[in-house]
Each structure stands twice: as C-alpha cells, then as structure tokens.
Design a protein around this ligand. Structure first.
Ligand code: HEC
Length: 159
C-alpha cells in the first residue's frame, strides 16, 4: 500500500515536470519566432552593405563598384514584403528611390563625379523619407514629431 502511493506520487511528479518542460519549450520557441527578422528588415540590412560598397566606389572613384552595387540595390527593391501589401505611400517612395538609383547608375556609368555626388544625396534622402512614412519606429505624427511612445523595438536589434 505504502509502495503503491509512493509510485503514484512519483508518476505524478514525472508528469508535472514533463509537462512543465514541454510548456517552457513551447514558450521559448515562440519567443525566438517573435525575434525572427522580417523579410523587409533583411532586405534593408542588405541595402546597408550595398550602400557601403557604393560609398567606397564614390570616394575612390571606382565607378564600376558604384554601378554594380547600385544595380543590385535597384533589383532587390521589388522583393520585399512591403510591396505585397499594396500600400500607396510605400509604392510611391519605392518608385522615387528606384528612379534616383537609376540616376546614380547613369551618372556613375558616365563617370561624372559631380552628378554621382548629387545622385547619391538624393538616394540617401529617399532612404530617410521612406523610413519616416513606413518604418514603424520612425513614423511621424501630422505635426512632424515622433509618437510619444514609439513601438517597442524587437529584442536585441536596436540600442
Ligand atoms: C520605399 C521604402 C524604403 C526605402 C526607399 C528604404 N527603406 Fe529601409 N526600411 C523600410 C522599411 C519598411 C523598414 C522597416 C523594416 C522592418 O522593420 O520590418 C526599413 C528598415 C531599414 C533598416 C533597419 C533594419 C533593421 O534591422 O531593423 C535599415 C538599416 C534600412 N532600412 C536601410 C535602408 C537604406 C540604407 C536605404 C537606402 C539606400 C533604405 N533603407 C531605403 C523601407 C524603405
């Protein structure tokens, strides 16, 4: 009798801890899924890589580097999830960005240093403009200010 109760308690304990472990595992897995970078974010981080290569090309007057990286940047613009949402503001910002990138490619192909400089300035202005209308953490209120409590940034990505 005593032994039977002991076995029963042991079984209950094993069941309890087993289920707790399962639950914790499920919660941890969900938390990781929440931190997974969005497709748009991944695309944008790649834009930083191309931008660095473009700056290298501009500053060292290696225009083939500007042309190849600007071309890659122009080509990737259509691949991110924001495009699939059909948001009109995003579409217009992306279109302007595309046209200015083409301007950058053209002036780099012509090895026109002055035109390259101003084209790059326009491209950078387009990055900023689109982030202000589309990037959750930077969306402006009608008076131009940022929201008082910006959306909490995903864990471990921004300072
Ligand atoms: C047409 C709109 C648009 C243009 C143009 C644009 N971006 Fe973005 N960018 C976004 C959106 C939307 C996000 C937010 C993505 C997210 O958090 O899912 C973003 C986020 C980012 C981020 C943050 C990624 C992170 O880790 O959270 C970087 C860096 C970035 N963009 C770089 C650039 C650079 C550099 C350019 C210009 C060369 C550029 N973007 C042009 C829409 C744009």
């Amino acid at each position: 009798m005593h032994d039977e109760r002991f076995v029963q308690m042991k079984t209950q304990r094993i069941l309890f801890w087993g289920l707790t472990a399962l639950l914790l595992g499920w919660l941890a897995n969900n938390a990781v899924a929440g931190e997974r970078p969005s497709q748009t974010r991944t695309v944008m981080r790649q834009k930083l890589v191309y931008s660095a290569n473009i700056i290298e090309g501009i500053t060292l007057e290696k225009y083939d580097l500007v042309v190849s990286n600007a071309t890659k940047m122009a080509n990737m613009n259509l691949t991110n999830t924001w495009h699939q949402t059909g948001n009109k503001d995003y579409y217009e910002a992306a279109r302007k960005f595309e046209l200015d990138i083409i301007g950058l490619i053209d002036s780099a192909t012509a090895k026109d240093t002055t035109a390259v400089q101003s084209a790059y300035t326009r491209v950078t202005a387009d990055c900023i403009a689109c982030h202000r209308i589309c990037r959750k953490q930077q969306i402006r209120l009608p008076d131009g200010s940022l929201p008082a409590a910006p959306a909490k940034p995903p864990v471990g990505t921004r300072k």
